[in-house]
Every structure is written in structure tokens, then in C-alpha cells.
Design a protein around this ligand. Structure first.
Ligand code: NAP
Length: 294
């Protein structure tokens, strides 16, 4: 059998993403030892019961001792504090990464706490579900989905290449983007759609009396799909919006203009404008299916 890519991997945070990395890394034989640490004893106990890693505890720094790959899998807002706690225990040559849905804010929060000699290569697997916690993890989460690495100008090329090999071993397709570009793209493809889903479901819930009951009873495809997205983890998504403010506000501004355009077309009976847009968007869906990302 060939040598695993890493001797010891430490995952900080063991929810949907951390748990899935653990299972996929084991499936791919990518590490000799995989450990995890999380904030609560309860989550650690669940991770141990599910045997997601060789061991899961609550001492974040201890878990990182001797690791040659550390991946921070907590909500974005916790990444800076995690880096501060684990920083002193990271061994020289260790690769440190994360899975946060926002990149610039995570880089700014983590980098000051990482000692020299450690290779920081931020990453974001663009794969997920609306479920969270260790029980939500599954080995196939990343299969055929994209992971975006956002190396920094001084990231060590060998460390970037090794992390790329790791993510490919987890089943992912890998690309690289600059962190600012990543945040702008994800604002429109992921963050805004979640904001819209949260808004629609909240608005429907605010409709009073029996109208509300009927909204839920007759929830058709469209609304049901939004409720699935709006069931996503509140902590994770609060942190995404608090940490990608500028890019989200920019696309939200554009979105509001386009919404007013449609509102006006409906008011003035300009069906051709609606038809033209709906035809264009249907093509986009078909292109996505063609790319295998739908
Ligand atoms: P999750 O299922 O809620 O798991 C989060 C994990 O982080 C839990 O183990 C939690 O521990 C731990 N944690 C939270 N705050 C912590 C802190 N202050 N210190 C130490 N550990 C802490 O979340 P997830 O869905 O895996 O998301 C994790 C990250 O992946 C987020 O940054 C998110 O942006 C990114 N991401 C998510 C998705 C998605 O679809 N969900 C997709 C791609 C990327 P306790 O339970 O012990 O509190």
C-alpha cells in the first residue's frame, strides 16, 4: 500500500464539513491518523460515537500537536479565535487551512496568529447541505463538487500543491482564486440566494392568520425549495453575512434594481420583458445541468 499523504490531520470543528472531511479522508486513505477537537463535550461525544475520527476531544491546541495538516472547520466568526488558541502548538512545516464560505475576513482573522514556518492555504469546498452537526457528515459530500483554494501571495507552492492533492483525494474538483474574487463570486452564487430564501420564508410566516396556515399547507415546489435553504444553520449564515458585508451589499443593490425592473414590467403589463428574462434564465439552468453542477 502506498504511503498516506499526511501522517496526522487535525480537524478543528467536527460538524457537517469537518465530519465529511474525516470520512472522505479515511475513504481515500489520505492520513495515518485523523483527530478532531470541538467546542462542546456533547459534540465530541457524538463524533466519537460515530467514529468519525480516531479521537475527538475539546482541547483544540492539544489536537494540533504534531499534525502536518490542520483544517479549521468552525463557523467563519470563530476562525480568528481558533487560530489564536492553536497557533502556539503548530509544528513547523504544518499546513493550516480552513473551509469557510468567506475568504478575505478569514485570512485577516487567522493570519496574525499563525507562527512563521507554518503554511497557511485557505480553502472553501463549494459543497454543503442544509444540515449541520457531526451526524450530518458523509463521505460523498465533496464528490464531483468544486473546492476553491485561495492561496496568498506568499503561500508556499509545495503546500498549495499538497492541499490540492488532498482535496482531489476527497473527491473534489479543485480551482484557485484570489480571496477577494472568491468573495464577490460567492456573494451572488451562494450568499444572496440564502438571503432571499430567508426573506421569503420569513415574509410568508409573517402573513397573519389563516393565510399563514394555508401558505404552509399548500407549499408548492417553489416555496418548499426555499424552506429547505432557509433551514440552513443560523450561526454559520449570520457569520457569512457579517464577514462578507461589502460584496453582499453590492450584489444586493444590483438585485434590488433588477427586482424593481420586474415589478414595473408586471405593473405595466409588459409580459415580453418577463418572457425574455425567463427564457434567458432557463438557458442558464440548462448550461448548469450540462456542467454537471445542478
Ligand atoms: P456545523 O455543522 O455547525 O459544525 C460547526 C463545528 O464547529 C461544530 O463542531 C462546532 O462545535 C464547532 N464550533 C463552533 N464554534 C466553535 C468555536 N468557537 N470553537 C471551536 N469549535 C467551534 O458547521 P458546518 O456546516 O460544518 O460549517 C463549518 C464551516 O464550513 C463554516 O465556516 C461554513 O462557512 C463552511 N461551509 C459550510 C457549508 C455548508 O453547506 N454547511 C459548505 C461549505 C463550507 P460544537 O458543536 O462543539 O459547538
Amino acid at each position: 500500500m502506498s504511503e498516506p499523504l499526511f501522517e496526522k490531520i487535525a480537524l478543528i470543528g467536527i460538524g457537517l464539513v469537518g465530519g465529511s472531511i474525516a470520512l472522505a479522508a479515511r475513504r481515500g486513505g489520505l492520513a495515518r491518523k485523523i483527530v478532531a477537537a470541538t467546542r462542546s463535550a456533547e459534540t465530541a461525544a457524538t463524533a466519537n460515537r460515530l467514529k468519525l475520527t480516531d479521537h475527538c476531544g475539546t482541547d483544540l491546541a492539544a489536537a494540533c500537536e504534531g499534525a502536518d495538516l490542520v483544517i479549521v472547520c468552525t463557523p467563519v466568526g470563530a476562525c480568528g479565535e481558533v487560530a489564536r488558541v492553536i497557533g502556539p502548538k503548530l509544528k513547523a512545516g504544518c499546513i493550516v487551512s480552513d473551509v469557510g464560505s468567506v475568504k478575505q475576513a478569514v485570512v485577516a482573522a487567522m493570519q496574525p496568529h499563525l507562527p512563521p514556518g507554518v503554511h497557511f492555504v485557505p480553502a472553501h469546498p463549494v459543497a454543503g447541505t442544509e444540515n449541520s452537526g457531526p451526524e450530518a457528515g458523509f463521505a460523498e459530500l465533496f464528490d464531483g463538487r468544486w473546492t476553491i483554494l485561495t492561496p496568498l501571495p506568499d503561500s508556499d507552492p509545495a503546500a498549495v500543491a499538497k492541499l490540492e492533492t488532498f482535496w482531489k483525494g476527497l473527491g473534489s474538483l479543485v480551482d484557485k482564486l484570489d480571496p477577494a474574487h472568491h468573495d464577490r463570486i460567492l456573494a451572488i452564487t451562494s450568499h444572496l440566494p440564502h438571503l432571499i430564501a430567508y426573506t421569503i420564508v420569513g415574509t410568508a410566516d409573517d402573513l397573519g392568520g389563516h393565510l399563514n396556515a394555508e401558505v404552509l399547507r399548500f407549499a408548492a415546489g417553489g416555496f418548499r425549495d426555499f424552506t429547505r435553504i432557509a433551514a440552513s444553520d443560523p450561526t454559520m449564515w449570520r457569520d457569512v453575512f457579517m464577514n462578507n458585508r461589502e460584496a453582499v451589499l453590492e450584489v444586493l443593490q444590483r438585485f434590488q434594481e433588477d427586482l424593481f425592473y420586474l415589478q414595473r414590467a408586471i405593473r405595466w403589463g409588459e409580459g415580453d420583458k418577463l418572457f425574455e428574462l425567463f427564457t434567458r434564465t432557463r438557458e442558464i439552468r440548462r448550461a448548469l445541468i450540462h456542467l454537471n453542477q445542478a
